[in-house]
Design a protein around this ligand. Structure first.
Ligand code: MTE
Ligand code: MO
Length: 347
């Protein structure tokens, strides 16, 4: 496989993942939540900032004064798993760690849209961030649109708090969109403007990026909801460079979390022989229908030797994680099962 370039390393160093041991927390501490910023974190002062919706506009205090809701939401970048594809699409080289769960508090979007008297013929709602950059040779603000019926779902929030504190700059201060179930790019940060469109948005992040296709000639399918995935809290201790795991022989409880943007997680299976045989894990309590589900499985790791540990999620819509990575041009939604090399050592 071709090596990671300095340019990709530069992206990876800016846009950090969630260390997988943080899967132990049901709600990810803010600094451990993954981060993806296409351009720069924009300079924004709360004072003077306003959100335009159609021909109205709101200050942060006005939005904070409206009815509030809080949801615990698992968010995952659509590029998670990209670096494991072959050939490897050149972009932010995520392995598995582009995920996190936060308590997002804000005001529901639907009533704000309804107050603007949605014009007949509206098909999409466009969200524009304050950050600007150049991508694919085009200067742009980060912009994404949602179909009107999705934007009107009651759980869609304009969030001003993350885990009980004001949004930090890197996660979209002062306001971001939160659309439970959808891949990360949907959740536009540093919001400045919301517009109602009478035709589908054709901007770069909609019609060129975030589409599943095999070649540049294909239009492809737009990415929407998160495919199911399960990840393990890595057992034992890691070797510094390779991160291969070493575990003392004996009974061991394997734990992890699983999520899907399509339907609730129905089943998680675990394998300690690289996917030859599977056993059902026990599902934990549901935190929030919009968040990952914890699971555990008792592994009788008494026999020293080499093991490859995997876990696999199935959702109630019947989506199952594949074993082989689903390749596509830009490396999106590679939800193939994780494999962790573990050496069980005798005492
Ligand atoms: N304005 C703006 N919003 C954005 C982005 C961005 O670069 N600019 N990145 C998107 C992508 S690709 C992802 S995966 C999520 C990441 O959110 P987080 O950094 O809060 O985890 O934000 C989305 N919202
Ligand atoms: Mo992303």
């Amino acid at each position: 496989m071709e090596g990671i370039s300095l340019e990709e390393l530069q992206l990876a160093a800016r846009n950090h993942g969630m260390p997988l041991e943080a899967l132990r927390y049901p709600v990810t501490p803010v600094g451990l939540h993954y981060l993806l910023i296409h351009y720069d974190v924009p300079a924004v002062e709360a004072e003077g900032w306003r959100l335009a919706i159609g021909d109205r506009s709101y200050s942060l205090d006005e939005l904070r004064g409206r009815p509030a809701a809080e949801h615990t939401v698992t968010m995952e970048c659509a590029g998670n798993g990209r670096a494991r594809l072959e050939p490897r699409p050149v972009s932010q080289p995520w392995l598995l760690e582009a995920v996190g769960t936060a308590r997002w508090r804000g005001t529901p979007l639907a009533p704000l849209l309804e107050e603007t008297d949605i014009p007949e013929g509206t098909v999409e709602v466009l969200f524009t961030g304050l950050d600007r950059g150049v991508e694919g040779g085009e200067e742009q603000a980060f912009q994404r649109a949602l179909p009107l019926e999705e934007a009107l779902r009651g759980e869609v929030l304009l969030a001003y708090e993350m885990n009980g504190a004001p949004l930090p700059p890197q996660h979209g201060f002062p306001l971001r969109l939160v659309v439970p179930g959808w891949y990360g790019m949907t959740n536009v940060k540093w919001l400045s403007r919301i517009e109602l469109l009478d035709e589908p948005f054709g901007g770069y992040q909609q019609s060129w990026s975030y589409r599943v296709r095999q070649s540049e000639e294909e239009a492809g399918e737009p990415l929407r909801r998160m495919q199911p995935r399960s990840l393990l809290v890595p057992p034992g201790i890691p070797e510094f460079l390779t991160r291969a795991r070493v575990l003392d022989a004996g009974p061991c409880v394997l734990r992890g979390r699983a999520w899907s943007g399509w339907a609730p997680i129905e089943r998680v299976q675990v394998s300690v022989d690289g996917g030859e045989s599977w056993a059902d894990a026990q599902l934990g309590r549901e935190l929030d229908a919009r968040a990952w589900r914890g699971w555990s499985w008792e592994w009788d790791a008494t026999e020293p030797g080499e093991y490859v540990i995997c876990s696999r999620a199935t959702d109630a819509a019947g989506n199952v994680q594949p074993v082989e990575p689903p390749w596509n041009l830009k490396g999106y939604s590679n939800n193939s099962v994780e494999r962790i090399q573990v050496t069980v050592r005798g005492r």
